[in-house]
Design a protein around this ligand. Structure first.
Ligand code: F6R
Length: 575
């Protein structure tokens, strides 16, 4: 996945302005970046440094997560035509790029790098020899196979051009400027008016004038919609890792969500409850951390007597039986994860009803859904998702509550604050487990999804092999791996005798156990962290916060990059 942003302005602006916008998209990719502003082209490997260098009234920028071609300056965007006049930034994948490259090379085009995106700049250069830009763009829709959101500028021209197919692209207007970006966060602090590109549409943009066209070049009428500016919390200021800051933002994020469910999201909340009631089948579709939140949601809903199923989105079509009476609920922080989008396309094709719980407003998943609730966690910059998980879990708990699950949610923010105050004890566990190569986290029922989520957080931030599993599965094989000193974190809800007995089982084989529990009777166990809360589901959420802190401190003690773990992008949508 990559992020793109363009600005067309009545007045001149500096690269600092453009890069500040790009920085807001950094979670979409961060191995290299670049921009074209006026006559200045800049490319660099590494994270975005917001520094001055160039001025102009028209600028496009790109932050990259490499898929085709290694991480290098020449593969960073923007890509230029042979004469250097045409600059292109692209988010997506051009599947037929090799064939196009061969064809263009035969016509004499020289390529500077190895990316699939570069062919777009050369195709445009070639096309402009035969006709005007709108016709060239209409032709590109015919020639390009794959997914793309593309911004183009041409030296000496005052227009910026934008086009999209299956990669997100949104236009914002305000204050004498027009912005085009991969998501609304790029400009949500600067304007509250936006409009989305639909597939196979392009736009010609000039300062605060913009015109949309379909792929044949026929004008398309669009109305801007208004969104509330910066509903998100601003990221906390100060130095340090985003991951820790975002964990610390959890209490306010939950407060904001709980408030909104009773106010601005009340109608949508009621509508979702109605939709669940009217559906014969409910299936959650999600990936990674969002999948673990869905699992927790399934637990809550089952306890409230609602039959539902949770599927990993990439396996959805193999395991789901969708019909018009089925409600598919997508859970996605970004709302742009391709596996989730594919699952929804599949469900829609079978006539299923679609709802979504998302964090990024107006995302693709939201736009594919009949009904959406926003988890309102605010911008999540760290690649490892933390506060979004907590907000997703709280929202699912609140849904279950409407079906009779008995829980008082009002004290969740304060209880999270109490867990955050236990950081010294959690850090001590973290430092100890950071020394191990393998680690197991066990849970049952309420704590099974939390065990898996804690393991995922540890894996992606510390690079330690961690397995989160059902305590009951130990005896079916994994117990063979428990030996003297193997660390096992056991998540014990209340006085669940089964997970207590699993804990004793691994201890009998020499495991070094760390217990996280809400059971006061276990408080005196060695290495136990006790969390004061009852047997009403909240322990699952609070234990997840403890797991996030353990993961964070383990990674910090190992000196890992934390906010940008290796081999992971914020969401696995498209390049
Ligand atoms: C892990 C993480 C990923 C995401 C997954 C789904 O910390 O962030 O596992 O949860 O890629 O992303 P969304 O929720 O944006 O669909």
């Amino acid at each position: 996945m990559c992020g793109i942003v363009g600005i067309s302005s009545r007045t001149e602006f500096s690269s600092r302005v453009l890069l500040t916008r790009l920085k807001r998209l950094e979670y979409r990719g961060y191995d290299s970046y670049g921009f074209r502003l006026g006559a200045t082209t800049f490319k660099s490997v590494g994270g975005i440094r917001v520094a001055a260098g160039g001025r102009g009234r028209l600028g496009i920028a790109h932050t990259r997560w490499a898929t085709h071609g290694g991480v290098s300056e020449r593969n960073a965007h923007p890509h230029l035509s042979c004469d250097g006049r045409i600059a292109v930034v692209h988010n997506g994948i051009i599947e037929n790029h090799e064939e196009l490259r061969r064809e263009l090379a035969r016509k004499g085009h020289r390529f500077a790098g190895e990316t699939d995106s570069e062919v777009i700049a050369h195709l445009i250069e070639e096309g402009l020899r035969h006709g005007p830009m709108p016709r060239v763009l209409a032709d590109l829709f015919r020639r390009l196979v794959g997914t793309f959101a593309v911004l183009v500028t041409v030296e000496g021209q005052e227009e910026m051009y934008a086009m999209k197919r299956d990669s997100p692209l949104v236009l914002g207007v305000g204050g004498g400027r027009t912005y085009v970006a991969s998501d609304i966060y790029a400009f949500s602090d600067a304007t509250d008016r936006a409009m989305f590109f639909e597939n196979d549409e392009f736009a010609v943009i000039r300062a605060d004038d913009y015109r949309f066209f379909d792929k044949r070049g026929k004008p398309v009428a669009k109305r801007a919609f208004r969104f509330s500016r910066e509903r998100e919390t601003r990221p906390r200021s100060g130095s340090g890792h985003h991951m820790l800051r975002e964990i610390r933002e959890e209490p306010e994020a939950v407060e904001r969500l709980l408030f909104s469910l009773g106010h601005d999201q009340r109608k949508a909340f009621d509508a979702l409850i109605g939709l669940i009631r009217r559906s014969r089948k409910v299936i959650f579709a999600s990936c990674g951390t969002s999948y673990h939140a869905s699992l927790l949601g399934s637990y809550f809903l089952h306890r409230a007597g609602v039959e539902c199923q949770t599927l990993i989105a990439s396996e959805f079509r193999h395991f789901a039986d969708v019909d018009p009476d089925t409600l598919v609920i997508a859970l996605s922080q970004s709302g742009e994860t391709m596996d989730v989008i594919d699952a929804l396309k599949y469900a829609a094709g079978k006539g299923g009803r679609i709802a979504a719980l998302v964090n990024v407003p107006h995302s693709t998943v939201q736009r594919m859904s009949r009904l959406t609730l926003n988890i309102l966690a605010g911008r999540e910059i760290c690649v490892a998702s933390t506060k979004a998980f907590i907000s997703q879990a709280v929202l699912l708990l609140m849904i279950a509550r409407r079906f009779g699950f008995r829980v008082d949610a009002t004290d969740i923010p304060d209880k999270i604050r109490a867990v955050l105050r236990r950081r010294a004890a959690l850090k001590a566990i973290a430092v100890e487990i950071a020394q191990s190569r393998d680690l197991y986290i066990i849970g049952r029922g309420l704590t099974y999804p939390v065990a898996r989520e804690t393991a995922l957080k540890i894996k992606e931030t510390s690079y330690i092999h961690a397995e989160g599993m059902m305590g009951g599965e130990l005896k079916h094989g994994t117990l063979a791996l428990i030996e003297e000193g193997t660390p096992v974190i056991s998540l014990i809800n209340n006085s669940d005798p089964d997970i207590i007995s699993n804990t004793r089982e691994v201890e009998a084989r020499g495991a070094k156990t760390f217990i996280i529990t809400n059971n006061p009777a276990l408080r005196r166990e060695k290495a136990a962290i006790s969390i004061a809360t009852g047997n009403d589901g909240k322990f699952g959420i609070l234990a997840a916060v403890a797991g996030q802190l353990i993961a964070y401190y383990a990674a910090a003690s190992l000196g890992r990059p934390i906010d940008k773990p290796r081999n992971l992008a914020k969401s696995v949508t498209v390049k």
